[in-house]
Ligand binder design. Structure first.
Ligand code: BEZ
Ligand code: FE
Length: 292
């Protein structure tokens, strides 16, 4: 085949992939080529624009390090991460809704006992967080792993500031499936915007902010691991999250309390906050309820 033109080249490229042994790879490439070619015809992409895109993607790659993943940030800000999340979590059947993992999860979070304060030498309004982890059948999940991480009062995660881990922990639920810990109120914060993704946000008059939230990753045997957030009700960025991660069901009131006694008996000399959020994990096998 020769004489490719704007009408026949798409089919020709697809045919060139005809011998791809992996059928899923073939499906993905066929669709990718179809949409990419349609996009170029749709906008009549100029050589200058094509070159700008190549330079942008090159800079995106160059921005990546062991601790900075600019391609995921690009995916986040284009709504791709949340779309992948959505198509992979279509049937929640009562399970807690999911949202983006984000770049600040670490595997080595300190294992702390229930009731611990995860904010070490961190200023901020004290926050008491608690809730119950259940299976979607309502059964509390004892000994579930609850990983939590959040930013400080200035909007920075520990890993952005120093090698010292802070404002994160890994808990195990008690026999009633409960978790509870102390921390500080997180704030809204900008995603890293000093690279090409930040330039794209600037060029499009978009702000880089995420509404205040705590991250949770919750796992239990025979259940799907849940990656989600709890967002602070009333935050000014709930309707314009830079990464499209907000869901109504994940917004919770962080109640304001006057000085006094906290639920665990702790005497609070200053005002403090609390929220309660119960999570539901999806059983891996639908018939899990019927297992002995
Ligand atoms: C975060 O919530 O930590 C986050 C998510 C996506 C991009 C940047 C940060
Ligand atoms: Fe975050």
């Amino acid at each position: 085949m020769r004489d490719f033109d704007e009408n026949n080249i798409t089919q020709s490229v697809i045919e060139r992939f005809a011998n791809t042994p992996d059928p899923r790879l073939k499906t993905i490439l066929n669709s990718l080529v179809t949409h990419l070619h349609d996009f170029i015809r749709d906008v009549d992409l100029t050589f200058d624009e094509w070159q700008t895109a190549i330079k942008f993607l090159t800079r995106t790659g160059q921005q990546c390090t062991d601790t900075r993943q600019e391609f995921i940030l690009l995916s986040d800000t284009l709504g791709v991460s949340m779309l992948v999340d959505a198509v992979n979590h279509r049937q929640r059947n009562g399970a807690t809704q999911t949202t983006v993992l984000g770049p600040f999860f670490v595997h080595e979070a300190p294992a702390l006992p229930l009731g611990a304060n995860i904010a070490v030498n961190a200023e901020g309004e004290p926050l008491y967080a608690n809730g119950v982890i259940r299976s979607t059948n309502g059964k509390p999940l004892a000994n579930a792993t609850v990983d939590v991480w959040q930013c400080n009062k200035d909007g920075f995660y520990d890993v952005q500031l120093s090698p010292q881990l802070n404002l994160r922990a890994s808990f195990k639920t008690d026999q009633q499936g409960r978790f509870y810990f102390w921390s500080i109120l997180p704030t809204s914060y900008p995603i890293p915007y000093d690279g090409p993704v930040g330039d794209l946000l600037t060029a499009t008059n978009r702000h880089p902010y995420r509404p205040a939230h705590l991250h949770f990753m919750i796992s239990a045997p025979e259940h799907e691991t849940l990656v989600t957030h709890v967002f602070v009700k009333g935050d000014q960025y709930l309707d314009s999250d830079a990464v499209f991660g907000v869901k109504n069901s994940l917004i919770e009131e962080f109640k304001q309390h006057a000085p006094g006694t906290a639920p665990d008996g702790k005497q609070m000399p200053h005002s403090w906050r609390s929220f309660t959020y119960d999570f539901s994990l999806k059983a891996e096998h639908e018939n899990l309820d019927h297992h002995p």
